[in-house]
Design a protein around this ligand. Structure first.
Ligand code: ZN
Length: 270
């Protein structure tokens, strides 16, 4: 009986000591993970900005905003987060040389790559020092306001609208409009302020009544221009074909008339 109690006591002691040691081990592992995470955060803090989303934001700015800013001859201030200087990846992106479909070249060291994603990795690894990752230079942070998802995930089915996120994006969008196109700066700025609200901010609603970029962009106008040019060229070609056929027909008629008149003039044999 006594030995059984002793065995049970030993078993309880073992059970009590084992978890505590494993908890310590776990704590050790946890603290190590934490340290690693902190180190990772320190390292990634500087590059905690998505290159892909920054690129999407830049595409949107370039396509749906800049043509209208240029039309108004307006200079965006460097204080505005949409300014090219406030995109930390801009310099690297401008040093991408696209030679052919599967031929990308680094503009800094002339190395070649089969795809853009490898060049992106090369920039991250080799030309990291060229990134000025100071505060406010991550264009991807404006993606919520600029509708990057509509550009990047255009083929995916639309997820359910989140009213809180939509309100946040609208607020961010209006802040960008206020800081980039201050109404008190004059007519051009207030026109662009109004334009920015219609083009980007109105669509931040869950009703789905408004679509982003209702005023169109560079691509659309160039596509329209291309379609118009093709139509003009086709019209011109049809005109020349008709003109050529008409001329040919006219020449033939004149020849026939001459032949007839010659045969009529011939003296009849006696
Ligand atoms: Zn390089």
């Amino acid at each position: 009986m006594g030995s059984r109690i002793l065995t049970v006591l030993i078993a309880v002691l073992v059970l009590l000591t084992t978890p505590s040691s494993s908890i310590e081990d776990f704590k050790g592992a946890d603290s190590r993970t934490l340290e690693q995470d902190q180190l990772h955060q320190v390292h990634s803090h500087e590059i905690h900005c998505s290159r892909e989303r920054s690129r999407a934001a830049w595409k949107i700015i370039d396509e749906y905003l800049m043509p209208f800013v240029e039309e108004q001859n307006y200079n965006i201030s460097t204080k505005c987060r949409l300014h090219a200087d406030n995109d930390m990846f801009r310099e690297q992106e401008q040093h991408k040389i696209h030679m052919d479909i599967n031929d990308w070249r680094c503009g800094f060291c002339k190395k070649t790559f089969r795809a853009e994603k490898f060049l992106d990795k090369h920039f991250d690894n080799r030309h990291y020092d060229l990134l000025n990752a100071s505060r406010g230079r991550c264009l991807a942070d404006l993606c919520g306001a600029l509708h990057c998802d509509s550009l990047m995930n255009s083929k995916l089915p639309k997820s359910k609208c989140n009213p809180a996120a939509t309100a946040r994006n609208r607020h961010l969008c209006e802040n960008v409009a206020d800081s980039c196109f201050p109404i008190h700066e004059g007519l051009q700025a207030s026109r662009l302020h109004e334009f920015f609200l219609r083009q980007f901010c109105d669509a931040h609603t869950c009703t789905g009544s408004q679509k982003p970029f209702p005023r169109g962009g560079k691509k659309q106008s160039s596509l329209l221009y291309l379609a118009f040019s093709i139509l003009c060229l086709m019209g011109l070609a049809v005109f020349y074909v008709i003109f050529y056929l008409y001329q040919r027909e006219m020449k033939r008629t004149v020849k026939d008339l001459r032949r007839i008149s010659r045969t009529e003039r011939k003296p009849k044999p006696l």
